[in-house]
Design a protein around this ligand. Structure first.
Ligand code: SF4
Ligand code: SF4
Length: 151
């Protein structure tokens, strides 16, 4: 699914798809994509961006608006979103980037950039993560004793 980035970092205008932003905006969850004014609050609040600097919600929105369809839909990075909604809560323009990510994943599968097994596999990873967290919290509570309620 990953595409090698351009060595120069220069965008080849002939590969851009000017309809990409309209495709995204035409789907439930993508309607507000053009409201972005590139403030970067989404990226600054994103826990994935903190650990993986190449992952940037602001950059994704910019790439969508530019028409970089192939680069976006073929990128493994669109799988890294945790659906935590932090970017969405911090966005002054209500772009709703968490929902945009869902749109991108759906489009990647529907348009052949990613295999159909991808979406159920991601759901399984999310369910496993919740399970793992619950087990760790139960182990912590059992080690430390029952938490004392704050007064
Ligand atoms: S927080 Fe909203 S307006 Fe700011 S860069 Fe992100 S998507 Fe755009
Ligand atoms: S929902 Fe996804 S993109 Fe938004 S802050 Fe959470 S991990 Fe980052």
């Amino acid at each position: 699914m990953t595409k090698a980035p351009s060595k120069t970092g220069v965008v080849d205008a002939s590969t851009l798809d000017p309809n990409f932003k309209y495709e995204v905006a035409g789907r439930p969850g993508g309607e507000h994509i053009a409201r972005c004014f590139a403030c970067a609050s989404c990226t600054l609040s994103c826990p994935v961006s903190e650990k993986t600097p190449a992952y940037s919600p602001r950059k994704f929105v910019h790439m969508i608006l530019l028409g970089m369809k192939e680069e976006v839909l073929s990128s493994d990075l669109i799988l890294h979103c945790l659906n935590c909604y932090r970017c969405q809560v911090h966005c002054p323009q209500d772009v709703q980037f968490t929902r945009v990510m869902e749109v991108l994943r759906d489009m990647a599968v529907e348009q052949g950039y990613a295999p159909p097994e991808l979406l159920p596999a991601l759901e399984k990873i999310d369910a496993d993560m919740i399970d793992e967290r619950r087990k760790k919290i139960e182990a912590l509570v059992s080690k430390l004793g029952k938490p004392v309620p704050h007064k």
